[in-house]
Design a protein around this ligand. Structure first.
Ligand code: FES
Length: 152
């Protein structure tokens, strides 16, 4: 990670105004902003760690925990909710042994809930990475998760 961070940070030494850009690049490269990166970013941009963390934590797009290889998002918008979205979320939580906002121990999956994907006609919807899975049932959700579990 140190080498990756060094390469990202090198062009921005002392450039406080580049903080957001640097945070975006670090997250794109590592998938999240680890604590060690906060420290190195602060050093590089001549800022304090609390300043860097303060800015990074202001924006919902930055993550501070390592994410799973696959991001599962289960819709809880109105259309999905009335068509059983909560059941789908329960199924995924039970199958993976995690709650919303958590990542499985093997870092295979991270689970989130969202308000609406804009695909209400397909409700209830579960999105894995960029794949939209519509008209979900608990059985279908388990099968899909199982298919991902067998990929490497
Ligand atoms: S409410 Fe789920 S896609 Fe719109």
């Amino acid at each position: 990670m140190d080498k990756v961070l060094s390469q990202i940070l090198a062009p921005y030494s002392g450039q406080r105004g580049s903080l957001i850009l640097v945070l975006q690049k670090v997250q794109a490269a590592l998938g999240y902003i680890p604590a060690e990166a906060i420290s190195e970013i602060a050093n590089c941009l001549s800022m304090s760690e609390s300043e860097v963390y303060g800015v990074a934590s202001f924006y919902a797009l930055f993550r501070f925990e390592r994410q799973g290889e696959h991001c599962i998002r289960v819709c809880q918008g109105t259309a999905c909710h009335v068509r059983g979205g909560m059941r789908i979320l329960d199924t995924v939580e039970q199958t993976l042994g995690v709650h919303c906002g958590e990542t499985t121990r093997d870092y295979k999956f991270s689970l989130e809930r969202v308000a609406c994907f804009g695909a209400c006609a397909l409700a209830p919807v579960m999105v894995i990475d960029k794949t939209v899975n519509g008209k979900m049932t608990s059985t279908k959700a388990k099968k899909i998760l199982d298919s991902y579990s067998h990929t490497v």
